[in-house]
Design a protein around this ligand. Structure first.
Ligand SMILES: C[S@@+](CC[C@H](N)C(=O)[O-])C[C@H]1O[C@@H](n2cnc3c(N)ncnc32)[C@H](O)[C@@H]1O
Length: 254
């Protein structure tokens, strides 16, 4: 949803949402003081601040998954100050989170993982193909790459990943169980080598990704996007899976 605030960096919009939430909270506290005599427990106010900020965030143009950050921010600050958490520990946690969710800020693509039902659907999709070369764009922890590498008709199963911790986990996983992971930006990946290219990203990069894939993938190959359709491009097929989130696979035959 585009709003007036969408022109600002996401972090600025997040802080604006916290600011608006603080003003609303101050108003609520003022009103409440006519009914219940203050002071109110600080932890209640902190939780309210987070909930209000989360509610406002979605409405002023932040992607809705930022709600989690907006709730966690005041609660984290409160806990940190109350229990006098060592600032180095807080910095350490921040760095680890940054190394895991590296692409959430840069590419607007956080880390979440493909489920087993979807992997079985991928297996079904490639069933009639032989010597399949599979690529996972943004391979996360490498689960899809390992899974596909173990199918008898898959000749090669590769993934690219730039978030440092997921890359290291995926590298280890594929070393032990099969497939290959490369520390490579998906925008620089040579996709023409692959018959089946899979992505589970976010709505944000889909238009640009399609420009790359439709130019570079060869005729007869297939692009599968988990959950996020390419805007204004009719998919060749849409598979709705029988899992709890009713996953949709958008399939584009090149
Ligand atoms: C939603 S996760 C999907 C992980 C895995 N493909 C799966 O389905 O289980 C998206 C992944 O893409 C990675 N990613 C985002 N932008 C990328 C880029 N430009 N180059 C490589 N990886 C990227 C993220 O770090 C994240 O691990």
């Amino acid at each position: 949803m585009k709003t007036f605030f969408s022109r600002f960096p996401k972090i600025v919009v997040a802080l604006i949402a916290q600011g608006i939430a603080l003003i609303v909270l101050a108003g609520l506290v003022l009103l409440a003081s006519y009914i219940v005599t203050p002071p109110y427990p600080l932890w209640v106010l902190v939780i309210l601040q987070g909930v209000l900020a989360a509610f406002i965030s979605c409405r002023i143009g932040l992607p809705c998954w930022w709600r989690i950050i907006q709730i966690a921010l005041p609660i984290g600050l409160y806990l940190g100050l109350t229990y006098k958490v060592n600032p180095w520990l807080a910095l350490g946690i921040f760095v680890v989170l940054w190394l895991v969710f590296f692409n959430a800020i840069k590419e607007r693509v956080p880390l979440y993982l493909t489920n087993n039902t979807t992997r079985e659907a991928l297996k079904k999709l490639v069933k009639r193909r032989r010597n399949v070369r599979f690529l996972d764009l943004g391979a996360g922890l490498g689960g899809n790459v390992v899974y596909m590498s173990q199918l008898p008709n898959v000749q090669r199963s590769d993934g690219v990943e730039t978030a440092p911790i997921p890359y290291l986990v995926a590298r280890l996983f594929t070393l032990l169980r099969g497939g290959h992971i490369y520390a490579m930006d998906l925008w620089k990946t040579k996709v023409e080598y692959y018959d089946v290219v899979y992505a589970f990203l976010s709505p944000e990069p889909m238009e640009k990704l399609w420009q790359k894939l439709s130019n570079e993938m060869v005729s007869g190959s297939v692009f599968v996007s988990n959950s996020f359709a390419v805007p204004d491009v009719e998919p060749s097929e849409v598979w709705e899976l029988n899992d709890s989130r009713k996953t949709k696979l958008y399939i584009y035959h090149i």
